[in-house]
Write a protein that binds this ligand. Sequence first.
Ligand SMILES: O=C(CO)COP(=O)(O)O
Length: 263
Amino acid sequence: MAVNTRVPLIAGNWKMNLDHLQAIAFVQKLAWSLKDAGHDFTSTEVAVFPPFTDLRSVQTLVTADKLPLAYGGQDVSTQESGAYTGEISAAFLAALECQYVLIGHSERRTLHNETDEVVAAKVTAALKHNLVPIICVGETAADLELHGPSAVPVAQLKAALAGVENAADIVVAYEPVWAIGSGQAATPDQAEQVAAQLRLTLAEVLGQDVADKTRILYGGSVKGVNIAGFMKEPNVDGALVGGASLDITEFSSIVRFQKHVGL
Ligand SMILES: O=C(CO)COP(=O)(O)O
């Protein structure tokens, strides 16, 4: 059994919230509150995913104040450039020094008919520009009923990795669709069950070394009161947080989960 050297990652997906001025105030306050609390950013990495219109402002602030926060886009185009109205190229995100990009979030898959093939092409586009893709997978309540918890997330991850040849740097986020925004999080055991299957899939597709180093996050109604349970699980390496990431006190409490359990 490989020793777990994966640094936990707590990521905040702001979705369509906070304009660029609100983003500046929020990021400043988040960084200061974590620093005031003595947070060790090397023991738990923190990333925020603002709307596209905020990224330049976040980049300027993070760079100028040397804030120990990572950031990224909530989506990316499959295309490099050209007549693709409304889309954002991975090259543009890289130019704003984004480290990460969310790909395949269930809200993109359901609201924008994003197929597994499109997700795979977005992963390829992200890796081409040295962005770390956070590949979102998760089953709906219907999938759970019909196929159990792991079948759909495993199939989605396999499909997303179709174009990934070598030992790429990726992150996987397991977000059961029925837990997103519902206040009804999965149990730590449910999350661990699927995360373990996803890690086996990573080993099968990309090799054991990649599987051992890849962080698998849980997302879906994560709060300060439940994060510790997830982080005790051997195959869960962090969280992708939605609603709670817009509340500085709540998000800071999630980030500082190690204080809850003395991990
Ligand atoms: O979609 C999510 C993060 O990407 C989870 O959202 P909630 O934390 O609001 O359930």
